[in-house]
Ligand binder design. Structure first.
Ligand SMILES: [Zn+2]
Length: 433
């Protein structure tokens, strides 16, 4: 999950209840095995374009093939008929953060993994539902890491997002056993941590007609469920989705928080931008997010199996229903004045405390050594409540307030420190400098 657009997590709309059941039982042991393999140090944190990512991509392709799923991407992208098909979708990845560099680095050689399970109903098999998750993580880079002090440690991303890929693999197994009426495209993306690059390419170069694609269901961080809580984003992107999500939540019920918007900090956004109904399943943040401590031994595999069973019912309802979903273009959250989040290079160097829950403001778990925040005197435990005159309520308002200013500007930041309001002056830096 990209750090810059993470704040949406702080908003949750309503709680859903009631429903019918089909007994899809997900295999928690299989889920745990896939996460352990994908999040093993040998995959070196699966950075896009790395050898570790490539071996993880081959693993996923081999799993798809073993389940009987078919390749769908022409091996030769210029081919127009009778094409040899493969499971890998190669593309050039140009990280957002470096696009504005005077001499941007060459594109990374990257790929998504894609496979299709043909639908059982001749009349509906030419319609599709996409089920996906990002496979990439931070690798050994401390860019976007919340523990820069761990330097080039391997960040295995067991929850972010080996858990999502394991969910996709388990759903592929369940549907291969009992295909839905419509066809389902299962996919693992790369480039998510670099700015949703793989899913954006996928949506622009779709191997199946988007005009006959009925929905996209995304899994990003579903391995650390606690208190049976699951957040489902995107329910307002089609009229029927709240009811479908409600009906899929059978006993023993999950505590589902259904949130409307289809734009958010993960790959479903790339498909919502193509006017597709989307859902994003998320079991919430935890203190290991984007740290070298996000390891497989902390995964709640039994909890994830329940999420997968819930998702199987949701996806089957969408893929089996007679009529397509009714797409709803919920207005994207209005970008605040001057806030161009994508590609902004303004840098402060604060490290948000992801376990701080709902304190008003943004609590810091630390600052990067030598960063503008460090030089300005911000420190661990500070709660930022105002940035350059703008009230900071959460990560969302903080991110917008920060990106409304340019590198080199000196601004006042007000923090709560030991109960007192303290103002510090900081000269903003530029990311990557
Ligand atoms: Zn993620």
């Amino acid at each position: 999950m990209g750090l810059a657009t993470l704040a949406l997590i702080f908003t949750s709309a309503c709680h859903a209840g009631g429903g019918v059941s089909t007994a899809a039982t997900a295999d928690s042991a299989s889920i745990r095995r896939d996460i352990a393999w994908l999040a093993d140090d040998a995959r070196e944190g699966r950075a896009t374009g790395s050898a570790g990512f490539d071996s993880a991509a081959r693993y996923v392709a081999a799993r798809f093939e073993a389940l009987g799923l078919k390749p769908v991407v022409p091996v030769d992208s210029t081919c127009r008929s009778a094409c040899a098909l493969g499971y890998q979708m190669p593309y050039p990845a140009r990280p957002l953060a470096s696009r504005h560099d005077a001499a941007p680095p060459p594109a990374l050689r990257a790929q998504n993994v894609v496979a299709v399970l043909r639908g059982s109903d001749a009349a509906l098999a030419n319609e599709y539902v996409i089920v996906g998750a990002h496979l990439d993580h931070l690798g050994r880079s401390s860019d976007f890491a919340l523990d820069p002090e761990a330097k080039d440690a391997i960040r295995n991303g067991a929850d972010d997002n080996a858990s999502g890929v394991a969910a996709v693999l388990e759903l592929a197994r369940l549907f291969a056993r009992h295909p839905a009426r419509r066809s389902i495209v299962f996919t693992a993306f790369s480039g998510e941590e670099l700015g949703l690059l793989g899913s954006a390419w996928w949506a622009d170069h779709s191997p199946v007609p988007l005009a006959s694609t009925r929905a996209m269901v995304n899994f990003d961080m579903v391995g650390r469920m606690h208190d049976d809580r699951l957040i489902v984003y995107g329910v307002a992107t089609a009229t029927e989705l709240p009811g479908i999500v409600d009906s899929a939540n059978v006993a023993p019920r999950l505590v589902v928080s259904a949130v409307g918007d289809g734009f958010g900090p993960s790959d479903h956004s790339s498909f919502y931008a193509k006017n597709l109904p989307v859902l994003h399943l998320f079991s919430d943040l935890h203190p290991d997010y984007h740290r070298a401590t996000d390891d497989a031994d902390k995964i709640n595999a039994a909890g994830e199996a329940r999420i997968v069973a819930f998702a199987e019912r949701t996806i089957r309802a969408i893929a089996d229903r007679g009529a397509p979903l009714t797409f709803v273009r919920a207005p994207a959250p209005a970008p605040r004045a001057g806030s161009s989040r994508e590609g902004s290079s303004t840098y402060l160097g604060s490290i948000p405390d992801m376990a701080a829950g709902t304190v008003p403001g943004l609590r810091l778990s630390g600052v990067r050594a030598g960063s503008p925040a460090d030089k300005g005197g911000l420190k661990s435990g500070d709660v930022i409540v105002e940035l350059a005159g703008t009230t900071v309520k959460d990560l969302y308002t903080y991110t917008d307030a920060l990106y409304a200013h340019k590198p080199g500007e000196t601004i006042a930041i007000v923090v709560l420190r030991d109960g007192a309001r303290v103002t510090v002056r900081v000269t903003l830096g530029e990311r990557g400098r």
